[in-house]
Write a protein that binds this ligand. Sequence first.
Ligand SMILES: O=C(O)CCC(=O)C(=O)O
Length: 272
Amino acid sequence: MTDLAAPDLESLPSPTTDLQEGIANLRRYGFTVVPDVLVGDTLQRTRDALYAAAASDRSRGREVEAFALDLGDSSANQRIWNVLSRDPLFEDLVVHPVALRFVREVLGWPALLGNISANICSPGCAGGVLHADQTFLAEPWPADGPQGLNVAWAIDDFTADNGATRIVPASHAFNRAVGADEYGTPTVALEAPAGAAIVFESRLWHQTGANTTPDVTRAGIFAWYTKTYVRTQENWFLSLRPEIRQFGSDEMLTLLGYKSSGFGLVHGLSPE
Ligand SMILES: O=C(O)CCC(=O)C(=O)O
C-alpha cells in the first residue's frame, strides 16, 4: 500500500457500499464505513447474542478481564473476549465476504484473525487511550503498509455522544505509534448506523469515545486481522470452541492458523 498526498481533512469520506471506493478511502484516510452490512433479523440476533454473552460474563464475574489491556477501559466499558466461541452468528462475522474483501486487499491472503472481541461502552464510559493497533510491532514500522486491519461491527448506532470510536483521520500516514505527548491530538467521531462495518487499518490512531448520554449504550465487535507473521493475540489453540475447528470452512481454518502456508507448518506441510 502506498501513502498518498495529504488528504483534505475538511471532506472526510462518506459511508459507501462501493467496496472499491472503500479500499480507496482506506488508502487515503486509513478508514472507511460500509453501511447496512448487517440488517434486519441478522442484526437483531447478533445484537441479542452479544448482549447475552455480556450478561453471562457479568453474572459469572468474568467481566473483570476487561482490564487486561491498558486501553483505558473503565468500569462502564465491558470487553467480551473471544466472541467467536460464544455463538455461531459471530463465526459469520469473521468470514463475512465484506470483511474478507478488505482483508485480502489490505493484508493479502492468507491472513490471520488476531482476535475478535466486543467493547460495550455504557453511559459514563470515559473513553479510551489514543493508540494504533500495531503497537506490538517495534518501530520503525515497515514502509510497505499496515500489519493489521480492524473490522469493527457497529451493533448499535455509533454516535458522537454514545462513544463512537474516535480517530485521527489519515494518521496511518505517520506510520508510527502515538507519542507520549500526543494523547490529546484532536479526533473525530466515526459515526455509523447499527449494522455498519467500520474498517480501519492498524496504523490509524483511534480510541473509544466517551459515552455522555444518560441511557444509550454502544456495542461494537472488533475483528482484528493480521498478516501471517504476527502472532495472534487470542490463543485459538487453547480457547476455541472445538466445533469451529471441526466444521470450520477453509477460510475460517486459515484465519485461525489451522491451515497454513509458511508459518505454523507440521512436517513442512499445512495441517489438514
Ligand atoms: O471501542 C472502541 O471504539 C475502540 C476499541 C479499540 O480501540 C480497540 O479495540 O483497539
